[in-house]
Design a protein around this ligand. Structure first.
Ligand SMILES: Cc1cc2nc3c(=O)[nH]c(=O)nc-3n(C[C@H](O)[C@H](O)[C@H](O)COP(=O)(O)OP(=O)(O)OC[C@H]3O[C@@H](n4cnc5c(N)ncnc54)[C@H](O)[C@@H]3O)c2cc1C
Length: 298
């Protein structure tokens, strides 16, 4: 992999790190080393990197709030979008947002400009790229309601625009083409009442503080809610509250949250998750599906 970087790196602003400890970039604060971690400076460089990878695996990471990297690490390029992917442009017909903007900052920008329907992003600790990929949402709203289209770079380094309808956004999932990296997203906007917007954001804050263990090392909801059911309820009713594996515990505040309390590792998170899947299945014959994206070799 070093040869590839040596070949393309001569005048690059992108930063490359070898055998990089990924745990710093993941909310769980667990995970092994990535062979190469790169913070990409701009679109052109991202395109050149992707053109040169030629079969070497790569993954993109946003804020790391919904990702688990196995302890064995990642044998490829882990790509993070840098500051140039951090721009917001309010145009006449839409709002164009860089993929590395934090959802909370998007919601604050919308509030400052009296734009409604972005309030729910104040409750999601990820980036806009991660929000589109996961169709993130909370408190009755989700990304697909306000998204128009996205700009991506594919594994050949080509830039494309993909309309929302071709992403098939559904509950915590999208059909983003394999290998595509989202570089920006276009949203619809409507003007709203400043006080109403602030009130909604405050309600979300209070609700989250009440229901979620926000000060812990966690990845939020571990499993998707099964159709017409709640994963947290099923987990609780299967007597999983209080379960632990090494340093990883099922949260007492929210049973669908796993928390890294005592220097736990990724293997323990996966083990505890699988134990929960088994217990819930034994009791209800419902198979929980991971919401968290797990990467790296077993
Ligand atoms: C305390 C807490 C509360 C949470 N509450 C909610 C909630 O209420 N609702 C909700 O929906 N989620 C919630 N989450 C989960 C998480 O914040 C969301 O899924 C978020 O959208 C993930 O964004 P991210 O940037 O952190 O993505 P990451 O975790 O870094 O990555 C998640 C996936 O998105 C992909 N991805 C990231 N960026 C890009 C990009 N630019 N292009 C292509 N793919 C990309 C990654 O490859 C990976 O597959 C919560 C998490 C935590 C820790």
């Amino acid at each position: 992999m070093r040869e590839i970087i040596d070949k393309i790196d001569y005048n690059f602003k992108t930063k490359f790190y070898y055998n990089y400890d990924t745990s710093k970039n993941v909310w769980f604060r667990t995970g092994g080393k990535a062979k190469v971690f790169c913070i990409v400076d701009n679109e052109k460089e991202l395109s050149i990197i992707l053109q040169n990878l030629k079969g070497i695996p790569y993954e993109v990471i946003g804020a790391g709030s919904n990702i688990l990297i196995r302890d064995s690490g990642y044998e490829g390029f882990l790509i993070k979008l840098g500051k140039k992917f951090n721009q917001i442009k309010l145009k006449k017909s839409n709002l164009t947002v860089g993929a590395s903007i934090l959802d909370i900052n998007l919601s604050k920008f919308a509030q400052l400009n009296n734009l409604k329907n972005f309030e729910f992003y104040s409750g999601i600790p990820g980036t806009v790229g991660g929000a589109v990929k996961m169709n993130a949402g909370c408190f009755g709203s989700e990304t697909k309601e306000i998204l128009i289209d996205i700009k991506t770079i594919n594994n050949k380094g080509e830039i494309n625009t993909i309309d929302k309808k071709n992403l098939n956004l559904d509950y915590r999932q999208s059909q983003l083409p394999e290998g595509d990296i989202i570089i920006s997203a276009n949203f619809h906007y409507n003007y709203g009442d400043k006080n109403e917007i602030a009130k909604k954001m405050n309600e979300i804050k209070i609700n989250r503080e009440k229901k979620q263990p926000l000060k812990e090392k966690t990845s939020g909801s571990t499993f998707k809610n099964p159709k017409n059911n709640f994963a947290a309820k099923l987990i609780e009713m299967s007597n999983c509250k209080g379960l632990s594996e090494g340093g990883i515990f099922v949260s007492n505040k929210h049973a669908n949250f796993l928390i890294n309390k005592q220097k736990g590792n990724a293997n323990q998170i996966e083990k505890l998750g699988n134990k929960i899947i088994e217990k819930v299945y034994n009791k209800f014959k419902i198979k929980l599906e991971w919401e968290i994206k797990i990467i790296g070799q077993k």
